[in-house]
Every structure is written in structure tokens, then in C-alpha cells.
Write a new protein. Sequence first.
Length: 132
Amino acid sequence: MQTTRHSQIDEDLRDSVQRQLVGDRRISAENIRITSNDGTVTLTGSVPSYFQKVVAEQVASSVSGVRLLTNEIEVAALHKIDPEFAQDVVQAMKRCLGGTTSPRRPSGALSDEGEPTPIFPLGLRDLAQPAS
């Protein structure tokens, strides 16, 4: 009887986490698998970005009844950068950054030459550089 009760609680918890993940528009949840055992929830599977992995963890850990969360979600890597995709990323960066792909560090951050040093969000420096 006790095992059946725990099984039902785990199933309900898993279902609650699943509903929250599917309901969050920031996450592509179709490849995320969820297991639950006595309040410990494990996320496995894959998502297309690190951002989605982090959001999935935040969403799942906020569900009532989750005592411990293990996030084993893998980020599906791009095997090859498509030049058209790279150009789309650069254009999106320009729109977000007001027309430039060279945002500046806070005042006082200078290069060895005394010039402001450009920074790139999410390590996108290579995408912003023309292909050789």
C-alpha cells in the first residue's frame, strides 16, 4: 500500500513538472524526459540551447513537491555553422544592440592600446567576424 502511494505521488509530481515545462513558451519540451522518485526529479533528453536547459531547470525546481532536481539535459550542438544562419545571428545581434555587433564594456574597461574592448554575448565573437 505504501509503495502504491509513493508511486502515485511520483507520477503526480512528474505530471506537474511536465505540464509546467510544456506550458512555458521559452522551452522546447518535446525532447525532455522526466522521472521522479520520492521528490527527486531528474530531467534528461535534449534541448537546442543552454538557455532552454537553464529555464527547464528553473521551471521544474519551482514545482511544489520537488525536493531535489537533477538536470541531465544535453544541449544539442550545431555540428556546422551554416553561413546563412551565422549572418542571421549577426543581424539579430545588430538589431538587439542598436546597429552594432561591438558592444562596449562598462566605462574604464580598456584594451592594452587604451581603446574600449568589444564584448560579445554568449561567445558569439566568431559569428560576428567575416569568414576567412
